[in-house]
Design a protein around this ligand. Structure first.
Ligand code: URA
Length: 233
C-alpha cells in the first residue's frame, strides 16, 4: 500500500506532520537511496527503503547520535542559562528522551554519544564497564617520560585512586586513555603531575571514533555497523 511520505515519516519517527514535511523538504529523507524533497510523494514503506538522516525508519527503535561537541556548550539535556547539546539537534530528536553517554566538561570538545537506549548507556558508563575513552590533551607543558609509569600505576587524587591509564607523549600534545569517567578526571591527573590542561578533546568511546570530517557542532546518526560494535562491547 502506498502512502504519503510525510505521513509515513510522521508516524514511524514520532514527528508531527509539519515537522515531517519540513524534514523532507530539507533533504533529510531518502527513498531507495535517492533524496526525496516532496512531502506528498506516494511511497510503499513495506516495499521501499525509507531513511531519515541516513537511518532506516524500520530500525529506529532507539536513536544513537554522535556529536562533535563544541566548547561552551553543556553536555546536559537541559539548563536554564546555558546552551546544551540538545539545542544543537532537531526538535524531534531533542524531545526523544536522549541521555548523554559520559559527559564532557563545558570547555571540552569532541566525541559525545547520545542515546535513548538506557541499557547501552548504563553498560558504557557503569563503573564496572571499563569502556576506554581516548583524549587529546594540550597542556601548559609536556609530561615527562616518567609520568607514563605514574599514569599506568594509577594515581591517588585524594577522593579516589585512578585505574591504570595510558599516557602517550606526542609532539606538542598528549594522548590519554582512561577506562573510567570521574568528574574532571583527565584535568586532575594532569594537575597531579604539575600541568594544566589548556584544551581537551575526546577522540573515542569504546569502539566509536570521532570521524575527522565531523566538524565541531555537527552530529550524525550512527551507522548500523557502529551500533552493533558498540552493543557488542
Ligand atoms: N576529563 C576531564 O577532565 N574532563 C572531561 O570533560 C572528560 C575527562
Amino acid at each position: 500500500m502506498k502512502e504519503r511520505l510525510d505521513k509515513i515519516i510522521s508516524s514511524r519517527c514520532l514527528l508531527t506532520r509539519s515537522e515531517a514535511a519540513k524534514a523532507i523538504r530539507r533533504g533529510r529523507v531518502s527513498v531507495d537511496g535517492i533524496v526525496c524533497t516532496v512531502p506528498d510523494t506516494k511511497v510503499s514503506a513495506s516495499e521501499q527503503t525509507v531513511t531519515l538522516d541516513g537511518q532506516s525508519i524500520r530500525s529506529n527503535r532507539y536513536l544513537y547520535i554522535m556529536m562533535n561537541k563544541p566548547a561552551g556548550v553543556l553536555s546536559a539535556t537541559e539548563d536554564k542559562n546555558c546552551q546544551t547539546v540538545l539545542d544543537l539537534l532537531p526538535e524531534e530528536y531533542a524531545r526523544r528522551g536522549l541521555g548523554v553517554v559520559g559527559r564532557l566538561d563545558k570547555d571540552a570538545t569532541g566525541l559525545l554519544l547520545l542515546t535513548d537506549d538506557g541499557v547501552l548507556n548504563h553498560r558504557l558508563t557503569s563503573p564496572k564497564s571499563h569502556a576506554p575513552k581516548l583524549y587529546h590533551v594540550i597542556s601548559d607543558g609536556m609530561p615527562k617520560s616518567a609520568d607514563i609509569e605514574t599514569f599506568a600505576a594509577g594515581m591517588d587524587l585524594g577522593d579516589f585512586v585512578t585505574k591504570s591509564a595510558k599516557l602517550t607523549i606526542c609532539d606538542g600534545y598528549s594522548l590519554v586513555e582512561i577506562s573510567e569517567g570521574k568528574f574532571h578526571q583527565v584535568k586532575r591527573m594532569f594537575q597531579k603531575i604539575g600541568l594544566n590542561v589548556l584544551a581537551l578533546k575526546r577522540l573515542s568511546i569504546a569502539s566509536l571514533r570521532l570521524p575527522p570530517d565531523l566538524a565541531e557542532g555537527e552530529w550524525r546518526i550512527l551507522s548500523d555497523g557502529e551500533i552493533s560494535e558498540l552493543c557488542a562491547f
